[in-house]
Each structure stands twice: as C-alpha cells, then as structure tokens.
Design a protein around this ligand. Structure first.
Ligand SMILES: *Cc1c(COP(=O)(O)O)cnc(C)c1O
Length: 396
C-alpha cells in the first residue's frame, strides 16, 4: 500500500504547485470522520471546504450517484435532463427565486450572475454595467470573479484585471450608497463573508442594502456559495436576514461532494435569453442526481433547523477553549460556520498541531482558523473535536 509520504512526493513531482496543502492524504470518509493513507483517523471540520453538508459518503447521496451512473450520466443540454429538472424544481419551490441555471463551480455560478447583471443593465439601466462588491470578499478564481473579489493580493499577478467592479467596505451601507451611480447594475455580496474569516454583518445590513437596491433599481446578488444549503441555519442565508435577493449563487454544499454550481434569479430580472449562456457539463445528470438526493434529504429532515440548534453548542465549546487559552482573542459563528481568532499569526502552527491531534481545520487568515463541519455533526463529535483541538492548542 502506498503511504501518505509517498503520495506527497508524487504530488510534488507531478502536480502544478498552485495550492498550499496540508500534509494529509485522505483516502476514505464516513460522516464527520475521514482516514488517511496510513490509516490514521480524523474528525473532518473542513468537510471538503463547506461542501459535505451530510458528511462523507452519505447513503442517500452515494445511492443516487450509483443509480444514475448505471443509467445515464451525461446528455447534451440540447436535450432535457430529468435529474436536472428535479433539482431545479426543488430549489425554486424551496426558495424565493424563480429560475435556475446550473454550472460546475462557485466561480462559474458567479460568472453567470454577473453576465445576467450586465445584460440587465443594458436592457433596464441604459447600459449600466458596474457591480459593487465588498472588500475582503471572495467570489472565485476565474478572470471575472477575480475582478469581483475585493482582495488585491489575488489580483496583482494577473493584471490587467477586468474592469467594471467597485469594491467597498463590507457591512457599510453608506459606502454602497456612495459608490452607486448611473453605471451601477448590481451589488454582489456574501450574507456572511466566509473566506475573509467568517465576518458576520450587522443584523440590518442586508435589509438596508436591499432597500437601497430597490430604491435605485439595481440588482442585489447574494453569493451564497458558502452560506447556502443550510450552512447558516436556514436553507439559504438570506432567510436569516428577512430579505430576498434578486439573484443568488450556490455551489459548495449544493453538490454534497459533487462539483456543481447554480445561479438563481427572480423572474423579473432574468435578462438572459436563448444563446446568451451555456455549459457543456452544467446540470450534468450525475451531479444533479446527487444534488437532488442530498437536497431532498436536507429539506425532508430539516437539517438547517438542526444546524441552528447546534450553533450555540459549537460556539459554547469554542468559548470553553477561549477561556483556557489566553492567545485566543475571539470566537464567532453562525450556524455551523465558525471561526477562532488568535492574537498573532499562529494559524499555520495550530493547523499542524491539529492534524497531529486528529482534527482537520482550515485557516482562512494567518490569525484565524475556521470550522465548517458537516451539518450532521453530533454533539459527541464536537466534544471529541474540541478535546483534540485543546490538545493541539496546548502545544502552541
Ligand atoms: C468558494 C467560494 C466561491 C468559489 O467557488 P469555487 O467552486 O471554488 O469556484 C465563490 N464565492 C464564495 C462565497 C465562496 O466561498
């Protein structure tokens, strides 16, 4: 059997070095647990990067994939696809949006939403094309979503950056107001900023942005790639804030481990017409069958409500650690998206120690670690995970 260290050598030799990896080679998973190539067991609080809402290899999802794989996997989008339509119906009937388009990733979902906004601006706002996004946002790695992402360090090596984006402070409605002009077509923000380190806005932020967009006749696009599919304790993040977006993007948790993205739109602003947009794999039968099975399970078992119940439990355990270790400066979270903040840049050491102790975590910032376990995580798993994290923090 090939050992973890061998795979790590193979990666170094053959794989483009564009990603900073943790030295962990996972080969098997079940629920919240995963095992590496040497047989070591971990509690997985990364969950495929907030993807595996029902944990690893949930039977509802693996069964749907196996059945679909043995039936029909890919037809061209010039033909109808039943699993694609079952998923579309489920998402629309359970959200405030009216129409959906499937792509293959979060970035692609946002690309579609941004194309929609430009088309909308052409048709309804005299050619307006600018999209206001937030500083420290994350919208993806394609050329368009890189321009949308309000983090210069992601952009610097790839100039010239696509024009048409304005970045303003997050959680600052006045900044959006000031940045709005006759060129503005849309505002695109995350309900909670994930990659920025789980930044939770004021309770009335989204509502005030919604009001402003209505007043100005510009679109409100919510990037729910990370916050959607139950992560914040409602099926979609906007439900936590009592508003409805005009356009919403999904990916990550939508596929329950398979690669899929979507943008959804209200009927009144679906400005795209036949020929404007498409994707060879978008809404592929295998991914939509998995997404449909997972989404149905999520809704039928009210997993978002369970996520909301688990929020105080996870935050309570994180705060226990905070009272034990003085170098923890903050703990915050919503649903099962949480972060722990340190007084100095120790996240890399904490992650290394956490790997050793058997809990997998992510560090979106040098001072921040993030928790995004499966939404099905149990109290016992949280207890055990926090015990392991406590052991890790004790070595720092
Ligand atoms: C991860 C993420 C994306 C990008 O998704 P990819 O599937 O990696 O392209 C976009 N927006 C948000 C909010 C994300 O968290």
């Amino acid at each position: 059997m090939t050992k973890s260290s061998d795979w790590i050598e193979i990666e170094k030799k053959y794989y483009a070095q564009t990603v900073r990896r943790q030295p962990v080679v996972l080969v098997k998973g079940e629920g919240t647990r995963a095992w590496d190539a040497d047989g070591k067991e971990y509690l997985d609080f990364v969950a495929g990067w907030a993807v595996n809402q029902l944990g690893h290899c949930h039977p509802a999802v693996t069964k749907a994939i196996a059945e679909q794989a043995g039936t029909l996997m890919q037809v061209s989008n010039q033909f109808y696809s039943v699993p694609q339509l079952q998923l579309a119906e489920t998402l629309v009937e359970n959200s405030a949006l009216d129409l959906v388009f499937f792509g293959n990733s979060g970035a692609e979902a946002n690309e579609g939403a941004m194309k929609l906004a430009r088309r909308y601006g052409k048709l309804n706002r005299d050619g307006a094309y600018e999209i206001i996004t937030a500083l420290n946002s994350f919208h993806g790695r394609t050329m368009g979503t890189l321009a949308a992402t309000g983090q210069p360090h992601y952009q610097e090596n790839f100039t010239p950056i696509q024009p048409g984006f304005v970045h303003v402070n997050y959680n600052d409605v006045e900044a959006i107001m000031e940045a709005t002009n006759e060129r503005t077509a849309a505002v695109m923000i995350e309900p909670v900023q994930g990659e920025a380190g789980v930044i939770i806005p004021a309770d009335d932020y989204l509502k005030r942005v919604r009001d402003w967009c209505d007043k100005q006749g510009i679109l409100l696009i919510l990037d729910e790639v990370q916050t959607g599919m139950g992560r914040l304790g409602s099926l979609f993040g906007y439900q936590e804030y009592g508003i409805e977006p005009d356009v919403m993007t999904l990916a990550k948790g939508l596929g329950f481990g398979t690669p899929i993205g979507a943008f959804m739109s209200k009927e009144h602003c679906m400005a795209l017409v036949p020929g404007d947009h498409g994707s060879t794999f978008g809404g592929n039968m295998l991914t939509t069958a998995a997404a449909y099975a997972g989404t149905k399970f999520l809704i039928d078992n009210d997993i978002p409500a369970k996520t909301k119940e688990m929020e105080p439990y996870l935050l309570g355990r994180l705060n226990d650690l905070r009272s034990r270790f003085s170098f923890i400066s903050d703990v915050r979270g919503k649903g099962l998206l949480a972060a722990m903040e340190f007084e100095s840049d120790i996240s890399p050491q904490v992650l290394t120690a956490a790997n050793e102790a058997g809990i997998l975590l992510n560090a979106p910032r040098p001072t921040t670690i993030r928790f995004m376990p499966p939404l099905t995580v149990t109290k016992e798993e949280i207890d055990q995970g926090m015990e392991r994290l406590g052991d890790a923090l004790a070595t720092i």
